[in-house]
Design a protein around this ligand. Structure first.
Ligand code: SF4
Length: 694
């Protein structure tokens, strides 16, 4: 029994876990946080929350937090605690020395989708205005970068089209490559309510997620495709809609490029793209696929929600384009109840992308080649900005191994655990001469660091997060930073150690700079957020109240653009040595690699990852429920316990990746999305065999 006592004050802030962005009242007694209460006026959650946001904030006070800066000359030496001043002088002078010796392009940054908009804006400014290059990337690279590319190419902006309220007007929902019940629980509750009211559901996923069959909910169709065949399924759905005349010609003529539509229609109508032709490839019965296409096209308002099961593939960007094509084909864009909605895994994936943390884009998704846009920032920052796109995370690691990339500042990201091909990541880090890790805990990446800068939790800072519906929510400081400084202050100190001359005194000033340089944020101020609680971008003179639904009268790019979606098989093949396909996902009570959720007192957080395997495959291998198994791929091997279940089909196995012992990324390949390098986490050929444990 925990004695909570009477709170003395409360502060409204935003959950730091998933992209739903729930608002909470943090209740305090003195300087102690005693309880997180879901805020009834929070527009994303309306008084609801899940177990993580409500109970998993204890990591803020965990004994593992590092509170003092540390440095060392080489990674073979022990850490030395030093003052902030000494650490930042050490870091800044090392980075400058590397640039003098190896060139301006020899250093870069990786930022996190868990940092605030203001922090992310400052990190990309550090890169462009102080480092003098565009070597900035974000962990969105490994999750939703294909969303950025696919929706940017088709609609003109890289964001979900709807607010969460929109689901209340939906008649047919497609959930593809996502498991909202576990990944986005508060949104899932609203979705389930609508389904119980009679909306129809189509699930496209290799695994039988809970939504397929749960109390009072039955999916009309579950297209249980083989991992890696998303593009073939999406194109076959379009084939049915086009060849059966189910498309919305009036919408397409008015809102889309008609010539491009005709080329696209000819492509999808090819019999090679029919459900019957791809049935063997995808494993989806043709009749089921045809019925699903008819339901989506004819069933009223149709909305598509998707997750990492769409993006984390070698054809992730193609599938996002295919989803956008489906919405345009059927006129399901630009009003409540329809649209294309990426469910963002981390709290600020949307904001991280909005703030220009990709190496080819300035804030607001504007290419660095655009001289007019560069001029805006050059005038604001009084510097010259490079027009050469910088390096993506995998390119930085490649260049490090090749000896041309020498130093990196990593804010809030454990790339050794979360990026694919662990051996390559560690080789890249080991080859660098200055690795600066800015984090809460001494994570795995810090084993390769020369400087450790203690990070602050979401409870210790002011700022904003932007959730999956483009809603900009305030993050408010609940307690003083235990490490002494909020993350935005640390970035500012590093910039100044390198001659930046920055003098922000509060994140509101950073937001003013974002608004002055980024049209979709033009009217966003902290005063406005205080007044309204939150606002959805674009928020400018054209849409002063924000934009719950996008592309209402026209697409951001003008005419919507249909693009062909040719299916290209992944290079990752099954064969006699590796006959099964591994795919991955999450559970409700854990978050990503568990760095936060595992560091709480409640035992609900202390489980283990298991491998789901079909009874047929388990029996063939002599594996019983709960047995230890060896999971091996061409990249490596690991051990975990088996869970025998028909949630997965024969030939498919599934696991989560929340516990460090699982080392899922030792197994995954280095294949990635053709357009964005997003890793292909969702398709790995594996073998499973009995073992005696780790
Ligand atoms: Fe936090 Fe997401 Fe849970 Fe809401 S649904 S409380 S944002 S983890």
């Amino acid at each position: 029994v925990i004695e909570i006592g009477t709170p003395e004050r409360s502060v409204v802030t935003t959950c730091a876990y998933c992209g739903v962005g729930c608002s909470f009242k943090a209740e305090m007694r003195g300087d102690e946080l005693v309880r997180m209460v879901p805020w009834k006026d929070g527009k994303a959650n309306r008084g609801h929350s899940c177990v993580k946001g409500r109970f998993a904030w204890g990591y803020a006070n965990h004994k593992d937090r590092i509170l003092n800066p540390m440095i060392r000359d080489s990674i073979d030496e022990p850490w030395r605690e030093v003052s902030w001043g000494e650490a930042l002088t050490f870091a800044g002078s090392r980075l400058r020395a590397l640039q003098e010796k190896h060139g301006k392009e020899s250093i870069g940054v990786i930022t996190s989708s868990r940092c605030t908009n203001e922090e992310t804006f400052l990190v990309q400014k550090l890169t462009r205005a102080v480092f003098g290059n565009n070597n900035t990337d974000t962990c969105a690279r490994v999750c939703h970068s294909p969303t950025g590319y696919g929706l940017g190419q088709t609609f003109g902006t890289s964001a979900g089209t709807q607010d969460f309220d929109s689901v209340e007007h939906t008649d047919v929902v497609i959930v593809m490559g996502a498991n909202p019940t576990d990944g986005h629980p508060v949104f899932a509750s609203r979705l389930k309510k609508r389904l119980r009211q009679g909306a129809k559901l189509i699930v496209i996923d290799p695994r039988r997620i809970d939504l397929v069959k749960s109390p009072h909910i039955r999916a009309a169709h579950h297209l249980a495709l083989k991992p890696g065949t998303n593009v073939a399924v999406v194109t076959a759905l379009a084939h049915v809609i086009v060849t059966e005349g189910l498309f919305d010609e009036a919408f397409i003529r008015e809102r889309c490029d008609w010539d491009e539509f005709q080329d696209y229609a000819e492509f999808v109508a090819d019999p090679a793209n029919s459900p019957e032709a791809v049935e063997g490839l995808t494993g989806v019965p043709a009749a089921e696929l045809r019925a699903a296409a008819r339901l989506y096209a004819r069933g009223g308002n149709g909305a598509i929600y998707y997750g990492l099961g769409v993006t984390e593939h070698s054809q992730g960007s193609t599938t996002v384009i295919g989803i956008a094509n489906l919405a345009m084909l059927t006129g399901n864009i630009g009003r409540p109840g329809v649209g294309v909605n990426p469910l963002r895994g981390q709290n600020n994936v949307q904001g991280s992308c909005d703030m220009g943390s990709f190496p080819h884009e300035l804030p607001g998704y504007r290419h660095v080649k655009n001289a007019d846009v560069r001029q805006i920032f050059e005038d604001m920052w009084n510097v010259s900005i490079s027009d050469e796109p910088g390096l993506r995370i995998p390119n930085m690691l490649d260049a490090a191994v090749d000896g041309t990339f020498k130093g990196i500042y990593i804010q809030g990201e454990d790339i050794l655990q979360s990026d694919p091909d662990t051996k390559h990541v560690s080789a890249g880090l080991a080859a660098m001469e200055c690795v600066i890790v800015h984090d809460l805990f001494l994570n795995e990446t810090a084993n390769y660091a020369h400087v450790f800068l203690p990070g602050s939790t979401f409870l210790e800072k002011d700022g904003t997060f932007t959730n999956a519906e483009r809603r900009i929510n305030r993050v408010r400081r609940v307690m003083a930073p235990r490490n002494g400084y909020a993350d935005w202050e640390v970035t500012q100190m590093l910039a100044n150690a390198m001659g930046g001359g920055w003098a922000y005194t509060h994140p509101a000033e950073i937001m003013a700079e974002i608004a002055a340089t980024t049209p979709s944020f033009a009217n966003v101020t902290y005063d406005l957020l205080e007044e309204r609680g939150s606002v959805q971008w674009p928020c400018n003179d054209r849409t002063p109240d924000g934009s719950p639904v996008m592309h209402v009268d026209g697409f951001v790019r003008g005419k919507g653009r249909f693009i062909r979606t040719d299916y290209v098989a992944t290079d990752e093949k099954t064969g006699p040595r590796f006959p099964l396909l591994l795919t991955t996902g999450r559970i409700l009570s854990q978050y990503n690699v568990g760095a936060q959720t595992r560091r709480t007192a409640n035992t609900v957080w202390h489980g283990e990852d298991r491998l789901e395997i079909h009874p047929h495959d388990a029996e063939q291998r002599g594996i019983k429920d709960g047995d230890w198994i060896k999971l091996a791929s061409r990249s490596g091997e690991t051990s975990l316990r088996a869970e025998i279940t028909d949630r997965v089909a024969p030939g498919v196995v599934y696991t989560t990746f929340h516990h460090p012992g699982t080392q899922a990324n030792v197994i995954t390949t280095d294949y990635s999305d053709w357009a964005t390098n997003c890793p292909e986490y969702k398709v790995t050929a594996v073998q499973v065999s009995p073992s005696n444990g780790p």
